[in-house]
Ligand binder design. Structure first.
Ligand SMILES: Cc1cc2nc3c(=O)[nH]c(=O)nc-3n(C[C@H](O)[C@H](O)[C@H](O)COP(=O)(O)OP(=O)(O)OC[C@H]3O[C@@H](n4cnc5c(N)ncnc54)[C@H](O)[C@@H]3O)c2cc1C
Length: 442
């Protein structure tokens, strides 16, 4: 069907033919790109402009096998995390690395090599993938094993993990799940009054807690800008599950694009103040569900519509560890000086980089900031942020990006030459393409 496609930020959009079906081998035979549920924010899941065909995998969502002794799952690439957890959570298994939404497919998770709140101890999803079946740009289909393949296939594997769909179409995946003692988590939060204390507390918590994340209030003024809440969690043990199990929360859905004034610096500043006050009153530790802990935003369906018709962009970067924290303070100063947000800022502690050739995380601190798109402002905001990130040796996350310029990306990515060389060998006629690839990678 010919339709207008966009990512989660609803900017940019592209008219294209989208083909769906249960048979991934069939629907990927003549398309330029494969996409999942479109939860990447920018143009990663979009074809370049023109009358091109893309495959959407959401109907290819079968679990092909699951071995409880090894916890190895074999499933089609269109399987969503929500569906997977619906089957395996009650049986005592969870995905070892999860992004902040359950509305993603296995193929999309691998192509972006997603990270979660446990990156400091668990790395990215790519480390748990044992093999995948891939339709290559020349049309052939290969099973690529992470450990037992030839050097060429191993290189292809590492270019595919984090390769944003540009090495071919992932058909199915073999991946290790994590065995968990209970389907609940113990969570604990603490409030910090400035950015530096918040990041110091995040780093310190990494020694004791497998899941950590910080939310920062960038609407606060002066030294308080960047104050926030650190959230820590771990899977509950059987002995802790006698406490009353928390109930799954109900979902709201935003029906249409909101008027522009609904989210503004003023309304977000009020929300942030209330959130800080509530966090100060919260009990020291409590039991919660994976849905509440990992996916708080999924409780509001289509929340991206709150940003109105122009949409939003999420700017996510990782900056190397900076003991003085001046590069972090400078980043939030740049982010706030244009006067349009950010309305949300999430900070994570990143551990060692994975083996994916273009995988995003590296040791340091990651900032993910949501900005409403404002004509004449957003591009210069992203340019300024990118100047800073490139100068201090950081990099940006392709799954979130819509505005980065090629020169900035090249300045941040010493690994790009190797990836481009492999892609030229694999796809000399550029049969597989995306809007993001044309903008930054090829
Ligand atoms: C609320 C929210 C929270 C998020 N939190 C995190 C987070 O904490 N950590 C994180 O890492 N990411 C996070 N993300 C980003 C998200 O996890 C990634 O963008 C993920 O790739 C989206 O999966 P998808 O199935 O929707 O893929 P899409 O967005 O449809 O596609 C993403 C990329 O994967 C490629 N792709 C998809 N399927 C295939 C396939 N079968 N074969 C080949 N290529 C394919 C596409 O071409 C595209 O390049 C978040 C996104 C949202 C909306």
């Amino acid at each position: 069907m010919r339709q207008r496609l966009f990512g989660w930020g609803r900017h940019p959009d592209v008219e294209a033919w989208q083909i769906e079906g249960e048979d991934l081998e069939a629907i990927t035979s003549d398309v330029v790109l494969t996409r999942g549920l479109g939860r990447s924010y920018g143009d990663a899941s979009l074809p370049p402009p023109g009358p091109l065909r893309v495959a959407a995998t959401r109907r290819a969502e079968r679990i092909l096998s699951f071995d409880p002794t090894t916890a190895v799952l074999h499933a089609e690439a269109g399987l969503s995390l929500e569906h997977l957890h619906g089957v395996l959570l009650e049986r005592g298994y969870f995905v070892p690395v999860t992004p902040g939404t359950e509305q993603v497919t296995l193929g999309g998770m691998l192509a972006a090599d997603v990270h979660g709140k446990n990156h400091h101890v668990a790395g990215t999803i790519g480390s748990y993938v044992q093999a995948l079946r891939l339709r290559l740009p020349d049309g052939s289909i290969k099973r690529v094993d992470a450990a037992n393949s030839s050097q060429d296939l191993r290189e292809l594997f590492h270019a595919t993990i984090g390769g944003m769909g540009l090495t071919g179409h992932i058909l199915d995946v073999e991946m290790r799940m994590e065995a968990i003692a209970t389907p609940w988590l113990v969570e604990s939060s603490q409030v910090e009054n400035d950015l530096e204390s918040l990041i110091a507390a995040l780093r310190c918590a990494a020694h004791e807690w497998p899941f950590t994340v910080a939310w920062a209030d960038l609407m606060a003024h002066g030294a308080g800008k960047g104050r926030g809440i650190l959230l820590k969690g771990r899977w509950a043990e059987l002995s802790q599950s006698h406490a009353q199990a928390p109930r799954r929360s109900r979902q709201l859905t935003i029906p249409c694009a909101a008027p522009h004034a609904l989210l503004s610096n003023f309304t977000i500043a009020c929300h942030n103040t209330l959130r800080m006050a509530a966090a100060r009153r919260a009990p020291a530790s409590r039991l919660t569900t994976p849905q509440r802990f990992f996916y708080p935003l999924d409780r509001v369906g289509r929340w991206n519509l709150l940003y109105g018709r122009r949409g939003l962009t999420q700017y996510q970067c990782v900056l190397p560890w900076d003991p003085g924290m001046t590069s972090y303070r400078r980043l939030v100063d740049i982010a706030t000086r244009h006067g349009a947000g950010p309305f949300l800022c999430v900070i994570k502690d990143c551990g060692a980089a994975g083996a994916g050739l273009l995988s995003f995380p590296m040791p340091g601190i990651s900032f993910a900031m949501d900005f409403p798109i404002v004509d004449g402002v957003t591009q210069s905001l992203v340019d300024d942020l990118n100047d800073h990130v490139a100068t201090v040796g950081g990099r940006i996350y392709l799954a979130k990006d819509a505005f980065t310029r090629r020169l900035h990306f090249e300045a941040m990515e010493p690994r790009l030459g190797r990836w481009r060389e492999l892609r030229r060998r694999l796809d000399p006629q550029r049969r597989v393409r995306s809007a993001l690839g044309d903008r930054l990678l090829d």
